[in-house]
Design a protein around this ligand. Structure first.
Ligand SMILES: C[S@@+](CC[C@H](N)C(=O)[O-])C[C@H]1O[C@@H](n2cnc3c(N)ncnc32)[C@H](O)[C@@H]1O
Length: 284
């Protein structure tokens, strides 16, 4: 009891320490950690305290701040960010791309003789979203033409980017991919432990570029993009941060370009110039 108790006590996250962490995270990546996240932050960062043999959250915050290279900062973000995602999540967006947006975009580009499409998955997590975008695009572009198609996929978490780059998913993770699409774009692989995995086919991978990017930082590219997915990312940001970001997306989209947000995100209460298309879909 006497030996264990001090260790447990030291792992208490005080309100002041939680406020320091909230400030640090908000200032660097716009994520707004509210009181309801305190227990999650405490539990996830406790692992980091153990890893670095630190005795309190104050020591840990100082340690993160002193790390000039920022590796431990990104490790901290990795611990507290939510990376939940799935293939063809929010199927309405993919239906809209297939049935309306892409046929019109393709026809427009054919007319002007510019066979080029650019898309961005901003907050791509472990890759399921940009791979679903890539599969949808490859299905839509005419097979008898050579198109220059590229998707940029970015995230602040280097851990999920590594998974994304691998492009290898357990069979239950690709359950939402139809049998036909699976046949054409995913290669079944039996791994050592006998588990069935699917590897994203080279044609799909080849149109994707994964990059680390904190959306709060300057963006090292100019676009213009034909469409942008930033889904289930802005829920972690406060309204002023969301507004700035939404307007930066507007700036970097081509005229007629579309912006897709997550199901629980809306642009209500935000000043922007987008035209509403349908829930969570906006047009420049
Ligand atoms: C819940 S996931 C959403 C993944 C995917 N867009 C989807 O809807 O399935 C949110 C992602 O946003 C990323 N994220 C959070 N804050 C970010 C920031 N400031 N810059 C870039 N990515 C961020 C997280 O690392 C996480 O992978």
């Amino acid at each position: 009891m006497t030996l264990i108790q001090p260790i447990l006590d030291e792992l208490i996250l005080t309100d002041e320490q939680f406020a320091r962490i909230c400030r640090l995270v908000y200032e660097h990546c716009g994520i707004n950690l509210h009181e309801g996240k305190k227990e999650l932050v405490r539990a996830r960062l406790a692992k980091m305290l153990r890893k670095y043999n630190l005795k309190s959250y104050d020591e840990y915050i100082d340690f993160v701040l002193q790390d000039a290279g920022g590796k431990t900062f990104y490790e901290m973000i990795d611990q507290i960010s939510t990376n939940l995602t799935s293939f063809f999540r929010e199927p309405k967006h993919f239906e809209y791309l297939t049935q309306k947006f892409l046929p019109e975009l393709i026809a427009k580009k054919q007319k002007i003789g510019r066979l080029r499409i650019r898309a961005w998955s901003a907050g791509c997590s472990s890759g399921e979203e940009p791979y679903s975008m890539a599969i949808t695009l490859l299905e839509a572009i005419p097979k008898n033409q050579t198109w220059d198609v590229r998707i940029l996929a970015t995230d602040i978490s280097t851990r999920v980017l590594q998974i994304a780059q691998q492009g290898l998913y357990e069979s239950q993770r690709v359950a939402a991919v139809s049998v036909d699409l699976k046949k054409r774009h995913l290669i079944p692989r039996k791994e050592k432990n006998g588990e069935m995995y699917y590897e994203v086919a080279p044609a799909v991978r080849n149109i994707l570029t994964f990059k680390y990017l904190n959306l709060m930082d300057p963006w090292p590219f100019r676009g213009p993009f034909d469409f942008i997915f930033c889904r289930n990312v802005m829920i972690y940001f406060d309204k002023p941060t969301q507004e700035k970001l939404v307007n930066r997306f507007w700036d970097i989209l081509d005229v007629g370009g579309h912006f897709f947000t997550g199901h629980s995100e809306s642009l209500t209460g935000i000043h922007h110039s987008f035209q509403y298309v349908q829930p969570t879909i906006y047009r420049k």
